[in-house]
Unconditional design. Sequence first.
Length: 74
Amino acid sequence: MDREVQRLLAHADQARATMRDTLAAMPASDKAALIRTCAKGDLADLDERAALLVGLLAVVAIFDLSETRGEVGP
């Protein structure tokens, strides 16, 4: 497997773990506010922590879509 693909796979796995930990520690009201903000596309209004979480979610989503299509994977 290409080293770049291996690096990206490791990054996606780390992003999942970070995302799970962050969401588990986040109060329900903050989760709801984050979902509303993202759904409205108001990403410029996110604080640094929320922006990082959205970025991690994007990494995981892109990876999962690519893996489903057979574009990435072992």
